[in-house]
Design a protein around this ligand. Structure first.
Ligand code: BDR
Ligand code: CA
Length: 312
């Protein structure tokens, strides 16, 4: 099977870590690099998590550091959801055999896009800062990137404010730059990812399976269950659902529509404006937006991918 080349740009992050493990167990794709960005926790931690995770699982992949700040930093956005380090109370040993790429995220994206000659796809599961910088530095990327699959925004609602989802809210200016670049894209927003919840049954199945990746995923789920009991977010697989959109599109109902982002509003910055809920928005369709999820299809696929992760 010809594998589709991907770069995963992430702010790892509990659910980002699970999405990465799923990606490594996904036969359809070849993860060419992981690029790290500030978001759930500072970039120093998201980068360390990416390197530690890949070394721990024995996955040979380029891991690059990336943006430490959004374009317009405003306020303190490191919440309690992912704990201090990004992985809750889960500890992965520090990497000692591997090191970061000599190149920063935008350069890695430029190089691999050139090598892949129009075939490179991006899975973006954190704020879009690295991607915006890359496009700004290397505008040829607008033609070279085949598709961007991203978790962020929402056709309706938000989790940071009534109208904004975290990834887009952290860096709405970056999102604006990326969304206006003319690159084909699919938005998997919060109003759909909030339905992508795992429970005890999945945790048990993964723990019993006994591989490094499946047990680590079970440990992260355990942390998420505790978090939920304490009034926090449930075991939501936001980021893995954006990967699923790319490889098992049948798990989602999507619609081609217009997509833009409000980046100036005092109360509404980070709100993704789509034609789905705004009948008076008449721009041309520039994105596919997820609207509904077939949860059983998604859960089955996710467990299979995590179980395959790290298998030779
Ligand atoms: C998004 O923000 C982060 O907390 C998750 O990793 C996900 O990418 C959900 O709003
Ligand atoms: Ca994320």
């Amino acid at each position: 099977m010809t594998q589709r080349p991907f770069i995963i740009d992430c702010d790892t992050g509990t659910d980002d870590a699970i999405a990465l493990m799923a990606a490594f167990g996904c036969p359809e794709i070849n993860v060419r690099a992981i690029t790290s960005v500030n978001g759930n926790v500072p970039e120093e931690y998201t980068s360390a998590n990416n390197l530690n995770l890949t070394e721990y699982l024995g996955i040979d992949v380029e891991v690059a550091r990336g943006a430490t700040l959004p374009f317009y930093p405003r306020g303190d956005y490191y919440g309690p959801t992912h704990g201090k380090t990004g992985l809750g109370d889960v500890i992965i040993p520090d990497a000692c055999r591997t090191s970061f790429s000599k190149d920063m995220a935008p350069e890695v994206i430029r190089r691999i896009a050139e090598e892949e000659k129009g075939e490179l796809e991006l899975l973006v599961i954190g704020p879009m800062t690295n991607i915006a910088i890359a496009i700004s530095l290397y505008p040829q990327l607008k033609k070279q990137i085949k598709h961007i699959w991203f978790m962020g925004g929402a056709a309706k609602g938000g989790n940071v404010s009534a109208t904004a989802e975290f990834n887009i809210w952290v860096d709405p200016i970056a999102a604006k730059l990326v969304m206006s670049a003319g690159i084909p894209m699919t938005m998997v927003g919060l109003d759909v990812t909030e339905k992508a919840v795992l429970g005890r049954e999945e945790e048990k199945e993964l723990r019993e399976y006994g591989s490094k990746a499946s047990v680590l995923t079970a440990d992260i789920l355990e942390y998420m269950f505790k978090r939920c009991k304490g009034g926090g977010e449930d075991a939501l697989m936001h980021d893995a659902l954006a990967l699923a959109a790319a490889v098992i599109p049948e798990c989602l109902e999507c619609r081609e529509t217009s997509l833009d982002v409000e980046f100036r509003g005092e109360y509404t910055a980070g709100h993704t404006v789509t034609g789905v809920c705004n009948r008076r928005v008449h721009q041309e369709a520039n994105a596919s937006v997820a609207l509904e999820l077939h949860l059983d299809v998604f859960k089955k696929w996710l467990l299979e991918c995590v179980k395959r992760c790290g298998e030779a």
